[in-house]
Design a protein around this ligand. Structure first.
Ligand code: 13P
Ligand code: SF4
Length: 360
């Protein structure tokens, strides 16, 4: 692969803060040929995705994987990837993978000055909140989330006026603007513990209606919520899952708490994306159906021999905006940089830190 030349963009004299491209410089595009060296140096990574990428397609992926891994070192960057990223990202270029809570925790521990977030925008914002002095990049700024877009900071202010004194627990799948109006954040793996951490009999748990209803079943507190839904998980129905069970009563069905409570009622286990992965690794069901985004099954399939995955394929279009070519561009051009208004960031950070520091 040809050497990459530094081409530092001169900072425009506008008085505006320098962009990441100006601070770190823009690098020239590497040669993306599938050379014998690229084949040799990526062969061990291909073994991790062999069951998902046919051998004849690897020459298309490998040059990107090779270039990203070189560039990551050159930039001193770390790649954080959510469990819903595609196998070539999850297995071949990510340094740290996990669910939302794990990624938020890891974001506080990384040494690198540059974080590339392979996930959706709220995840990159959470990393930036916890690392205000670091550069956080997201390969596609349009990677949103239907839950995050279901509510605004102004909506939360109205809820607080309507329910004065009621603690506000906000799902981490929200914008910094919403988090800034919040007492504490939660994720799917700690929502019950977060709700229970308040003395109050009533708690606002927003914006995911189904997560809130699922939490309400596990606590005596009165839960008030919002009509936000995950566009991926709301599509599953109890009827379709029961049809799978009828066809094969031995199948284990495990679901994400963003599904409707009727769906969770027919699941053998419900938990965060990492909770689901751990369940499959520990229990080794002979046949399993993951009621969640379909890249999850692909990502763990190679690690749990003997487990057969039944795959109803619901893709998250936002997660799928992140691709190898965009990650490479991000590292070359130092874009797109995640920034948060400092007035909002200081308040939003408190809500995330309270969650991370909560002992449970
Ligand atoms: P987890 O926190 O379980 O990873 O979920 C995040 C998410 O976006 C699920 O749709
Ligand atoms: Fe948002 Fe659902 Fe996509 Fe997760 S899967 S990022 S909750 S739209």
């Amino acid at each position: 692969m040809a050497l990459m030349e530094h081409r530092v963009t001169p900072a425009a004299d506008t008085g505006a803060p320098a962009s990441a491209a100006q601070r770190f410089g823009v690098l020239a595009r590497p040669d993306l040929s599938y050379t014998p060296q690229v084949a040799r140096e990526t062969a061990h990574l291909y073994e991790r995705v062999r069951s998902h990428i046919p051998e004849f397609e690897w020459p298309v992926y490998a040059p990107y994987v090779h270039a990203i891994n070189r560039l990551k070192k050159e930039r001193g960057a770390v790649i954080l990837a959510h469990n819903y990223q595609t196998p070539e990202i999850f297995h071949c270029v990510a340094d740290i993978v996990g669910d939302s809570l794990q990624l938020a925790r890891e974001a506080t521990l990384v040494d690198s000055e540059i974080i590339v977030q392979c996930g959706v925008h709220f995840m990159a914002e959470t990393s930036k909140l916890l690392n205000p002095d670091k550069t956080v990049l997201i390969p596609d700024m349009r990677a949103g989330c239907s839950l995050s877009e279901s509510i605004t900071g102004a909506d939360v202010r109205l809820l607080k006026e309507r329910y004065p004194g009621v603690p506000v627990v906000t799902y981490v799948n929200t914008s910094a603007d919403v988090k800034a109006e919040t007492d504490i954040c939660c994720t799917s793996s700690n929502a019950v513990a977060v709700v229970e951490s308040f003395d109050s009999d009533t708690v606002l748990c927003i914006p995911d209606e189904f997560l809130a209803l699922n939490v309400a079943k596990q606590t005596d507190k009165k839960i008030l919520t919002w009509k936000g839904h995950c566009e991926v998980h709301e599509r599953f129905t109890a009827e379709e899952l029961l049809a799978y069970k009828e066809a094969d009563p031995s199948i284990e069905i495990i679901g994400h708490p963003e599904c409707h409570p009727d769906v969770i009622a027919v699941c053998d286990y419900a938990g965060s994306t990492s909770g689901m992965i751990n369940y499959v690794k520990d229990q080794r069901p002979s046949r399993v159906l993951l009621v969640t985004e379909c890249s999850m099954a692909s990502n763990i399939e190679s690690e749990v021999e003997g487990v057969e995955f039944v795959k109803p394929c619901n893709l998250c279009p936002h997660m799928k905006r992140i691709t190898l070519p965009k990650i490479l561009d991000s590292l070359l051009t130092m874009s797109e940089e995640v920034t948060i208004d400092p007035m909002i960031a200081d308040r939003a950070r408190l809500a995330v830190e309270r969650m991370i520091n909560l002992k449970n």
